[in-house]
Design a protein around this ligand. Structure first.
Ligand code: HEM
Ligand code: HEM
Length: 179
């Protein structure tokens, strides 16, 4: 949908799968970072579940509803350029689905979760068991994920204000409201 057609009012954008995916992923990441014992069984399963959620989301990116599809928001260089130029010129450039910068962040967050699944799994293999560099890599990826997620949540709040759109509420109800 072009920004021009994203007018005031209510727009159903996020399907049930996207919303369930989002908040389940948030829960898994927070559990593994803050609550569960490092490297123990529950940590491993929650981490694998997070990676499975991301894998399912990738499939959904091809077969899901309109705004859930990669084709709708994939941050191509030209989409990114257009969006950044609009931001720098203080021109609003709201999108019904993900804007290109949000999409770039989404892809980074999902890649970090997959990389955590891989580095977590490798730590349990005979070849890499006890390798300090791998433990450090896993830890570094986890910290990068938390830092990015913080930035992502802050950006959702700030952009929502600037574009007069209830972005966070939309991830709960599925309906984007412009006011
Ligand atoms: C969302 C995914 C995950 C996150 C956010 C996460 C996060 C973390 C964090 C913060 C630590 C502590 C690092 C430190 O301070 O030393 C850790 C340790 C560990 N994680 Fe994960 N993890 C994830 C997935 C996994 C998976 C899937 C596995 C294995 C199947 C795994 C295995 C381990 C192990 C074995 C340790 C202990 C490493 C050590 O001895 O230093 N993690 N993880
Ligand atoms: C560990 C923390 C988080 C992770 C890994 C994460 C990951 C993601 C991902 C992968 C998406 C894309 C959704 C999709 O199309 O399937 C997304 C979108 C979104 N997230 Fe998060 N998120 C996190 C925390 C948060 C928090 C705390 C908030 C609330 C402030 C939030 C608000 C949003 C919103 C509003 C969108 C949609 C943005 C738009 O309208 O384009 N996220 N997030």
């Amino acid at each position: 949908m072009s920004p021009a057609s994203f007018h005031e009012g209510q727009h159903p954008v996020w399907d049930r799968f996207v919303r369930l995916f989002h908040w389940s992923l948030v829960a898994c990441v927070l559990l593994n970072y803050f609550l569960l014992e490092e490297g123990e069984r529950p940590h491993q399963w929650v981490g694998y579940f997070a990676a499975a959620l991301v894998s399912a989301r990738i499939v959904w990116g091809f077969v899901g509803s309109h705004h859930a599809r990669f084709a709708d928001f994939f941050p191509t260089p030209s989409r990114l350029k257009h969006h950044v130029q609009a931001l720098l010129a203080s021109r609003p450039d709201p999108h019904a689905g993900h804007n290109p910068l949000g999409a770039l962040m989404m892809l980074s967050l999902m890649s970090l979760v997959l990389a955590l699944g891989l580095t977590g799994w490798l730590q349990g293999t005979d070849t890499y068991f006890g390798e300090e560099w791998l433990q450090n890599l896993h830890k570094g990826l986890a910290n990068a994920l938390m830092l990015s997620a913080g930035l992502h949540a802050a950006a959702a709040l700030v952009m929502g204000r600037l574009e007069r759109t209830r972005l966070v509420k939309a991830m709960v109800t599925g309906i984007k409201e412009r006011y």
